[in-house]
Write a protein that binds this ligand. Structure first.
Ligand SMILES: C[S@@+](CC[C@H](N)C(=O)[O-])C[C@H]1O[C@@H](n2cnc3c(N)ncnc32)[C@H](O)[C@@H]1O
Length: 222
């Protein structure tokens, strides 16, 4: 693959449909300044999340893995004024930076950053009988993806959408006997998602400035 050409195409697409603005640029800059890893979604992927949220008329969104709030801004901007996004992050420093970025984005009234282990926080929401989410975006530790999927199913309704990032891992998922725990976990997640009769799923290869990877997208069956 010609990564240079792929990058140029990604920049072309981003220039058309996901041009950077001051809020998004500052979000990435403050995250980098805080020494956080540069593992946010790309602009084009952020716009995909935004479009998916608009497509299913999302009023309530759950994000697993906040980092500096970059994808949360893309998702939050798709919410109506009375919508809500809850984003889960176990690193207190990441949550602090994200809160400042979401405030700067004018989304503090509809985006809540909850700090803690995502599975624990999801179980608390299940136990509390939390109103279902219309869209769940999974983008945290890969080892827990299967558990996030099972927990998310208890927090969604028929027609809800679940999106999971990084499910191809530069093709490493093709290696059936991979010794890599994250690859094994993603292989198990992909198989579980594909086989689960409660959802209709697809997996799209993603190429772009983030390299070769994939996004799983599924809808909870009606
Ligand atoms: C890939 S980054 C999220 C990127 C973000 N969604 C974006 O695109 O802007 C993953 C984040 O998940 C957090 N994380 C990892 N394991 C977690 C866990 N068990 N519970 C909550 N957050 C976790 C990490 O600290 C990191 O900030």
């Amino acid at each position: 693959m010609d990564q240079e050409l792929i990058n140029t195409i990604d920049h072309y697409i981003a220039g058309l449909v996901a041009p950077a603005d001051e809020v998004l640029e500052t979000t990435l800059q403050t995250s980098a300044d805080a020494g956080m890893p540069q593992i946010h979604v790309s602009p084009v992927q952020g716009k995909l999340l935004h479009v998916l949220a608009l497509l299913n008329g999302a009023r309530r969104i759950l994000e697993i893995g906040t980092l500096g709030g970059y994808s949360a801004i893309w998702l939050g901007r798709a919410l109506p004024a009375d919508g809500q996004l809850i984003t889960l992050e176990h690193a207190a420093r990441h949550a602090e930076v994200a809160r400042a970025n979401l405030e700067r984005a004018g989304l503090a009234d509809r985006v809540e950053v909850r700090v803690g282990d995502a599975l624990t926080l999801m179980q608390q929401m299940i136990d509390a009988g939390t109103e279902p989410f219309d869209l769940v975006f999974v983008d945290a530790d890969k080892e827990s993806y299967r558990d996030y999927f099972q927990a998310a199913l208890q927090l969604m309704r028929p027609g809800s959408v679940i999106v999971a990032d990084n499910v191809i891992r530069r093709g490493a998922v093709l290696e059936a006997t991979s010794p890599e725990p994250t690859v094994q976990a993603i292989q198990q997640f992909n198989a579980a998602l594909a086989a689960d009769p409660r959802v209709t799923a697809t997996i799209m290869q993603t190429v772009g400035v983030k390299g070769l990877d994939g996004m799983a997208i599924a809808v909870v069956n009606r």
